[in-house]
Design a binder for this molecule. Structure first.
Ligand SMILES: [Zn+2]
Length: 325
């Protein structure tokens, strides 16, 4: 009997649907390296993008469009005064920040109207540099990970006090929170139920359109409700949108590890709410990377893109909308 690979990605269906992805310029912020990676230069800071992504699925969208358009993350708000006052104080420690073009500008540049042409906005998580300006997306259904609404209403003290979140940030009548792992939900495109299932090395994934084209990956650790997207863009070709699974690509290659620093209360913390869970999530993603066990079959090609990867942005200018990844 031939050995079964432990973590194979699902094979394409007979009439497999594929999605088209474009990166979106969505602002920039400045991160001190010592908070993010081990063995950092204590003085070094890097101004990095907070990228969003347009994912187009070949199913009819609203207003007669031939595609269903999903935007993953919204980056940084163009108007910093629209953040809660306590959050503006935090943002003053992340300077310089760049607020233009924002996600809406980037969509318009490629010919899409944020108010009418985006069916779904999915947020990897609700940190300030990912939530952007939801008010621009007046026709969209919002999708967030489990626990996000509780977090927006109550915060997660001590590191994430209630005051930094805007409980009214998302239009509640157009927001769907994904169920916790173990619970089922109604599928996006039909009334069938779907539930989190293991996928490749990931303990829990949701087949978002029910056709194997986009999997929402439960990626605990960074913040409550943190999710990633694994997207099928061609035969055996995949893009993994990693959100804030890490802030520095060298953590995925193993050159660096997650930094720990004094939390101001005599304890060590990281930029993740649960460092051990974040490490586990990174471990699962690593199996998709060159040299990872998943790719031992030599068939699947997976590109992992994280939101703040300035190196990726520099090398891939032509893959920003209207260009494609
Ligand atoms: Zn974050």
């Amino acid at each position: 009997m031939a050995p079964t690979l432990p973590h194979s990605l699902p094979a394409a269906a007979e009439k497999q649907q594929y999605v088209t992805i474009s990166a979106l310029e969505s602002g920039q912020l400045t991160l001190p390296e010592r908070l993010f990676v081990t063995d950092a230069d204590p003085e070094k800071k890097a101004t990095v993008p907070s990228m969003a992504f347009l994912v187009r699925h070949p199913s009819p969208g609203a207003n007669g469009r031939s595609t269903t358009n999903l935007v993953f993350d919204l980056g940084i708000k163009r108007d910093v005064t629209k953040y809660m006052p306590a959050m503006q104080t935090h943002i003053s420690n992340r300077q310089p920040t760049i607020h233009h073009p924002d996600t809406a500008d980037s969509l318009r540049k490629g010919g899409l109207d944020p108010a009418n042409d985006i069916d779904i906005v999915m947020l990897s998580h609700v940190h300030w540099d990912h939530v952007g300006t939801p008010e621009d997306f007046t026709g969209s259904q919002f999708v967030v990970g489990s626990g996000t609404i509780h977090l927006l209403e109550h915060g997660a003290p001590p590191h994430y006090p209630k005051e930094i979140f805007d409980p009214d940030m998302l239009p509640r009548d157009r927001t769907k929170e994904l169920p916790p792992v173990g619970k089922s939900t109604t599928a996006f495109s039909s009334q069938t139920t779907q539930k989190w299932e293991p996928l490749a090395s990931f303990p829990a994934a949701l087949d978002f359109f029910g056709d194997g084209s986009i999997y929402v990956i439960d990626t605990p650790g960074h913040l409550f409700g943190h999710v990633n997207l694994l997207c099928r863009i061609g035969p055996n070709k995949w893009i993994y949108l990693g959100g804030d699974c890490c802030h520095d690509y060298r953590i995925l290659t193993g050159e660096k590890d997650i930094a720990l620093y004094d939390d101001g209360h005599g304890e060590l913390r990281s930029v993740h709410v649960d460092t051990d869970a974040a490490k586990q999530s990174v471990g699962h993603i690593k199996t998709l990377m060159p040299g990872g066990e998943l790719l031992a079959d030599g068939v699947n090609k997976v590109e992992v893109i994280v939101a703040h990867d300035g190196g990726w942005r520099e090398k891939n200018k032509d893959r920003f909308f209207p260009g494609t990844v």
